[in-house]
Design a protein around this ligand. Structure first.
Ligand code: HAM
Length: 469
C-alpha cells in the first residue's frame, strides 16, 4: 500500500514539474458563462428577428474545399484564409472565412426544388487570419441573412436591410448612432468611367476604394494615379448622385424627384435607386439609411446594391449587397441574390460601450424558476433530492445550494444572487405535507401542499410573466 502511494506521489510531482500554461490562439476568445450568456442573447435576437421576417435557418460545414473561396470571393479574403490538408492527404481545405460561398453552393445543388424566393439565415463561426485588433478577430460569429431567387427587384434589398435594422432596434440601438450606408457597384463603376478610369482597371479600383481608410494616404494616391483614377472628381460625382438619391429617401409623393446625371454619357441605374429608396421609406427604415456611393465593399462577387452598417461613423457592424451572378458561377441557374453578414464582435463592443448590455437583459433567459432550500432537519434533507428531480421532470430550471450552511437567510441570499424567480423552503411544515413557496419578485410567501406545489409554482411564474418581470 505504502509503495503505491509513493508511486502516485512521484507521478504527480513529475506531472507538476512538466506542467505548462496554455493560452488560446491569438484572435480567439474563451466564452466563460457570462460571455456565453451575452453571445446567446445576441444570437437569440438575430434568430427571432430572422424568423419574424420569414427566414429559415440553415447551416453548412465549418471547412470547405479551398477552391470554393478562391473561385469568387476575391483576393482580400483569400489572403486571410486558414487553409490545410488532412494528414497524409492531398486535397486542400480552408476554414470558412464567410458563409456566402457555402450558401451559393447549397442553393446551386438544389435550385430547382427549393421554393422561391429562398429566404435563409445562418449564424456560423468564421475564421480569418487577419491581424487581430479591437473589433477584428481571427474567429468570430456572423449572422447571415440572404434572399435568393424570385423577381430581381429592390424589394429583396429592402427586405434584408429592414431585417438588419429590426435586430439593431431590438438590441436598443437607434438611427442616431447606427447608419446603413447604401451604395451601388454599378453606380461606382459608371462613375469610375465618368472620371476616365478604363474598364480593365475597375476591379482593382474597387478594391482600392474599399481599402482607402486602411492604407496610408500617399500609398492610396500613388495606386489611384496608376489606375488613372481621379479620386477628388470621383467623389464630386458620387456626391452629386448621392444628393439626388437622398431626396428619394423619406419621399412618398409621386413623381419622384428628377434623377438625371450626365457626365461623359455614363449610364446610372437611377430607377433602381429610386425604387429602393421608396421601398425603404414604405418599410419605415429610411431614417436609418443614407446613400453613399463611395462604398465599394471588398468582396469580388457583388454586382449591384452594396451596403455597410456603420456605428458612430466608423465601426463596421455589418456588410452586404447584391450578388446576382454567384449562384450561376457555382453551377446553378441564373438567380438574383442579396444579403448581409453582421459580426458579433463589433456589435458586442458597441452594445457594451453604450450600456445596452445590463446583466438583467442577457441573463433573463437563464434565471432559475426555483431555488430549493432545506432547513437541514432529517425529513427535509431526505425530501430535497426527490423534489428537485420532480420539478426538473416537470420542465423547471431548478437550482440548490452546494454549501454546507443551513442558514435559510443566507441561502435565500444565494437564490437572490442567481436571480431565481422563486424559492421553495423545506422545513418543519413538511411533517404535515406542506412547504413554503416564496415569490422572490414580489416577496410574498405562503405554505403550499406538496401535491399542489407544481400548480402553485406555475401560477406564481405565470403571474410574473404577465407582469413582465
Ligand atoms: P464582410 O464585410 O466580410 O461580408 O463581413 C461582414 C461583417 O462581419 C463585418 O461588417 C464585421 O461585422 C464582421 N467581420 C468580418 N470580419 C471580421 C473579423 N475578422 N472579426 C470580427 N468581425 C468580422 C461578408 O462576410 C459577406 N459574406 C456578407 C454577405 C452575406 N453578403 C451577402 N450575404
Amino acid at each position: 500500500m505504502k509503495l503505491a502511494d509513493d508511486e502516485v506521489k512521484r507521478a504527480t510531482l513529475a506531472a507538476m514539474a512538466s506542467s505548462k500554461k496554455f493560452q488560446g490562439p491569438r484572435g480567439t476568445r474563451d466564452f466563460y458563462p457570462a460571455d456565453m450568456a451575452v453571445r446567446r442573447y445576441i444570437e437569440s435576437v438575430w434568430r427571432t428577428t430572422s424568423i419574424n421576417h420569414g427566414f429559415d435557418e440553415v447551416e453548412g460545414p465549418t471547412f470547405e474545399h479551398l477552391e470554393l473561396y478562391t473561385h469568387k470571393s476575391g483576393p482580400g479574403i483569400v489572403s486571410e484564409l486558414f487553409s490545410f490538408k488532412r494528414a497524409g492527404g492531398e486535397t486542400e481545405y480552408a476554414l470558412r472565412p464567410e458563409f456566402t460561398p457555402t450558401l451559393a453552393r447549397m442553393v446551386a445543388a438544389r435550385a430547382a426544388e427549393l421554393p422561391k424566393p429562398i429566404k435563409w439565415f445562418a449564424i456560423p463561426g468564421h475564421y480569418r487570419a487577419e491581424r487581430p485588433q479591437r473589433g477584428r478577430l481571427r474567429e468570430f460569429f456572423q449572422w447571415n441573412v440572404d434572399v435568393v431567387g424570385g423577381d430581381r427587384t429592390p424589394d429583396a434589398d429592402k427586405e434584408v436591410i429592414a431585417t438588419a435594422v429590426s435586430a439593431l432596434e431590438k438590441l436598443g440601438l437607434g438611427p442616431a448612432e447606427v447608419k446603413v450606408r447604401i451604395g451601388d457597384r454599378e453606380v461606382v463603376t459608371s462613375l469610375l468611367s465618368s472620371v476616365g478610369c478604363a474598364d480593365e482597371f475597375h476591379t482593382e479600383a474597387l478594391s482600392l476604394l474599399d481599402k482607402k481608410d486602411k492604407i496610408p494616404q500617399d500609398q492610396f494616391q500613388h495606386a489611384a494615379q496608376t489606375l488613372h483614377l481621379d479620386y477628388p472628381l470621383l467623389i464630386e460625382h458620387a456626391n452629386a448622385v448621392q444628393r439626388m438619391a437622398s431626396q428619394c429617401l423619406g419621399t412618398r409623393t409621386d413623381p419622384a424627384p428628377a434623377m438625371h446625371f450626365r457626365q461623359n454619357e455614363v449610364h446610372l441605374p437611377m430607377e433602381w435607386i429610386d425604387s429602393l429608396a421608396r421601398a425603404l421609406t414604405d418599410s419605415n427604415v429610411h431614417d436609418w439609411c443614407v446613400f453613399d456611393f463611395s462604398i465599394a465593399r471588398g468582396l469580388a462577387y457583388y454586382t449591384g446594391t452594396v451596403f455597410e452598417v456603420i456605428a458612430d461613423g466608423e465601426r463596421a457592424v455589418a456588410g452586404g449587397g447584391r450578388y446576382d451572378k454567384l449562384i450561376e458561377s457555382f453551377g446553378g441557374p441564373s438567380m438574383p441574390a442579396c444579403g448581409f453578414g453582421m459580426g458579433d464582435v463589433v456589435l458586442g463592443l458597441l452594445l457594451h460601450d453604450k450600456g445596452l448590455l445590463p446583466d438583467e437583459v442577457y441573463l433573463a433567459p437563464l434565471r432559475p424558476h426555483v431555488f430549493v432550500i432545506s432547513n437541514g432537519a432529517e425529513q427535509p434533507e431526505a425530501e430535497l433530492p426527490r423534489l428537485i428531480a420532480q420539478l426538473r421532470k416537470a420542465g423547471c430550471h431548478v437550482r440548490h445550494t452546494y454549501r454546507a450552511t443551513r442558514n435559510v437567510g443566507k441561502l435565500l441570499g444565494e437564490a437572490d444572487k442567481l436571480r431565481s424567480r422563486t424559492a421553495i423552503i423545506l422545513g418543519d411544515e413538511l411533517m404535515e405535507g406542506r412547504v413554503v413557496l416564496k415569490d422572490l419578485e414580489g416577496g410574498e410567501q405562503r405554505e403550499v401542499a406538496l401535491d399542489d406545489l407544481e400548480r402553485a409554482l406555475r401560477e406564481v411564474l405565470d403571474a410574473q410573466e404577465n407582469a413582465g418581470v
